[in-house]
Write a protein that binds this ligand. Sequence first.
Ligand SMILES: Cc1cc2nc3c(=O)[nH]c(=O)nc-3n(C[C@H](O)[C@H](O)[C@H](O)COP(=O)(O)OP(=O)(O)OC[C@H]3O[C@@H](n4cnc5c(N)ncnc54)[C@H](O)[C@@H]3O)c2cc1C
Length: 223
Amino acid sequence: MARLTETRQETGTARTLVFDVPGWPGHLAGQHVDVRLTAADGYAAQRSYSLSAPDRVELSVQRIPDGEVSPYLTDVLGVGDPVEIRGPVGGWFVWRPGAGRDVLLVAGGSGIAPLMAMIRARRLAGRGTRFRLAYSTRTPGDVFYADELRRPEPGLDVTHVYTRVAPDGWPRPPGRLMAADLGDGPPDRDCFVCGPTGFVESAADLLLARGHDPRRIKTERFG
Ligand SMILES: Cc1cc2nc3c(=O)[nH]c(=O)nc-3n(C[C@H](O)[C@H](O)[C@H](O)COP(=O)(O)OP(=O)(O)OC[C@H]3O[C@@H](n4cnc5c(N)ncnc54)[C@H](O)[C@@H]3O)c2cc1C
């Protein structure tokens, strides 16, 4: 049983939750957990959430307006409350600090969560692997971890793509992710793509069209 110890509002509709989980075995950046909620009458609902930090059980949840589980996690669960968490789950969509190759991360909306765990794992490892992040959100107000991503970090390039509203003077007009947003680095990088299904499919198509090796494109769909 996990207990909520800390929360942070990421955006108007998303919240980051930190849990204390006695006996937690540790996890790799990119893995997720299953959160199970059980009502007083025994009805249970379970959803997956990515771990957004490599060194603690931290989840970032986007509220889906008519959702069953996410509104409870973003609006109701309070510090000190218990919740059932199982994991860590998943061994394929993971980044290991020793991997060596340059990395391209492509995030849509809350799909940034496991990719942020990778960015933080790289920072903790203090290694020189080069990371590039292309992060698509509807508006600047929808950006998770905005302050952290704004801070310059050697070896990490961040490109924001806004699909609906861009800041004043932003060089790129609002619109969906395009090949040019992925940078012009060589295609021999490990690619991690995460977000809603439609976003993941179109981003993976862009990567393939740019000559990336399909065996190095890893995807995670949030539904
Ligand atoms: C491996 C994995 C990792 C995930 N990690 C995260 C994470 O880190 N953060 C996070 O916020 N979510 C994450 N998700 C999505 C999460 O599991 C839930 O699907 C989401 O929170 C909605 O659950 P709900 O019970 O609130 O909505 P539901 O009651 O399941 O659905 C309500 C309505 O919303 C639609 N819907 C469901 N999911 C989404 C979505 N993601 N976007 C838009 N519409 C949706 C449904 O089609 C339905 O119409 C992850 C999913 C997977 C499979």
